[in-house]
Design a protein around this ligand. Structure first.
Ligand SMILES: *Cc1c(COP(=O)(O)O)cnc(C)c1O
Length: 441
């Protein structure tokens, strides 16, 4: 049993993304395609051509089991991939658990999270199809900085609408975007008709991801050389993120570890999907792998939301997606885990939750920060507040093993580091986060 770290050499790296869509067609919970709000019929993919490159539209509905990762994308992945899998031996010891805890560290990318796994191919396909600019939204700035990095690499201009409350309070990721040459605009803004409409009603609006998506889409839809890019939720985003789970499978095989529980945090569902989707065929074939998706109690889309068709944005510009949703007008409280503040959930993850294959769970931010500090003090890495939701669930599962005496292999995805979230840690240490309710920043 390997004690410290599992790596792969370059030759062992996965060369394909895993597409779970074909596996979702025969579940009890029917697969429900995106719907055109105008016709209430399945969306005609060609309608998306004004905002997405063809390659991504094709991937969004592809029924191929795997999709080759372009050579040019593999080269960039190679800057930080494969990401290591660590045994959290010191955390196990602190918990006195017989369980074995492992984590896949996606924080080692240039932007500090898993998000470049999809930002890079998205920028690449846009570049190949002659697009010069990409507009997008960002919450706490993780996605905006990842896309800024990727656009800079391929010579594209990125315009990022950043949720205003984060723009004002989280200056460092805004600065990362600037370093990589992107323009970052607080949302709601006067740049778009929708932004102006929101500001007219509420000049002090803190913004939300739903509003920022609407603004970014408006810019892309009204300009020929500009496309739009989304950092989570959609099928092609989860597809690109499967490089995480594909690597993990190879790493576990190499170290002869069989996974019992896979855990990830969920905002739109992309890092969790990237981790678990390659294991769906194993689960369908009867292997006993539990998959736990963790969200904040303040934005409880899968634990308290409804499973129905809803818009992905506030201005009702996106196709209708079948998903767990709190309603597209929902503006979540400004918790520290900015990346988990989205009203909906990826349709793929939603279907798997509805089907009972993925177990959803929610935690308050105080218990999440407690878990984060224990992890940092045992394993060293300081996790992002988003990631810390997965760590809390991991600790709880490891403690259950302590009660039952079971030796389980628990693996969680360390989706990002918390170096730009230290102000949130400070509030935690100052006792400003209270149990039971989620304070704002
Ligand atoms: C954006 C983000 C998340 C949440 O997004 P998903 O699409 O659900 O993965 C989680 N962790 C980190 C570090 C993030 O940046």
């Amino acid at each position: 049993m390997l004690e410290v770290k599992i790596l792969l050499n370059d030759r062992e790296m996965p060369k394909k993304w895993y597409n779970v869509l074909p596996e979702l067609m025969d579940l009890k919970t029917p697969f429900s395609p995106p719907m055109d709000p105008a016709t209430k019929k399945p969306m005609d993919p060609s309608k998306l051509e004004v905002i997405f490159p063809n390659a991504l539209i094709e991937q969004e509905g592809s029924m191929k089991k795997t999709i080759d990762i372009p050579e040019e994308v593999l080269k960039v992945y190679n800057l930080w991939r494969p990401t290591p899998v660590y045994r959290a031996a010191k955390l196990e010891k602190a918990l006195k658990t017989p369980a074995r805890i492992f984590y896949k560290n996606e924080a080692v990318s240039p932007a500090g999270s898993h998000k470049p796994n999809t930002a890079v191919p998205q920028a690449y396909y846009n570049m190949v199809e002659g697009i010069k600019k990409i507009s997008t939204e960002t919450g706490a700035g993780q996605w905006g900085s990842a896309l800024a990095f990727a656009c800079n690499y391929y010579g594209l201009q990125a315009t990022v609408f950043m949720v205003k409350v984060s723009y004002d309070q989280k200056p460092y990721r805004k600065m990362m975007m600037k370093v990589w040459g992107a323009e970052c605009i607080p949302s709601p803004s006067h740049r778009t008709n929708f932004g102006k409409k929101i500001l007219e009603k509420d000049p002090k609006s803190p913004g939300s991801l739903g509003i920022a998506i609407s603004e970014a889409m408006e810019v892309a839809a009204s300009s020929q050389d500009t496309n739009y890019s989304l950092g989570s939720v959609l099928n092609h985003v989860l597809l690109h993120q499967t490089v995480i789970g594909e690597e993990l499978k190879l790493q576990l095989k190499k170290a002869e570890i069989t996974p019992d529980i896979l855990i990830g945090c969920i905002g739109g569902g992309s890092n969790f999907g990237g981790l678990v989707l390659p294991f769906i065929p194993n689960k369908k074939a009867g292997e006993n792998i539990r998959m736990i998706a963790v969200e904040p109690t303040s934005c409880p889309s899968t634990t308290k939301g409804e499973y129905r068709y809803d818009f992905g944005d506030t201005a009702e510009m996106t196709p209708l997606l079948m998903m767990y949703t709190l309603g597209h007008a929902f503006i979540p409280p400004s918790i520290h885990a900015g990346g988990l503040r989205y009203h909906g959930m990826s349709p793929i993850i939603s279907q798997l939750v509805k089907e009972g294959m993925v177990e959803p769970r929610a935690y308050h931010q105080l218990e999440v920060f407690e878990a984060a500090v224990l992890f940092a003090r045992t394993e060293g890495f300081i996790p992002a507040p988003e990631t810390s939701h997965a760590i809390k669930a991991t600790i709880d599962e490891a403690l259950k093993c302590k009660e039952s005496g079971e030796v389980k292999n628990i693996i969680f995805n360390l989706s990002g580091h918390g170096h730009f979230d230290l102000a949130s840690y400070e509030m935690y240490f100052d006792g400003k986060l209270k149990a039971g309710h989620d304070s704002t920043i």
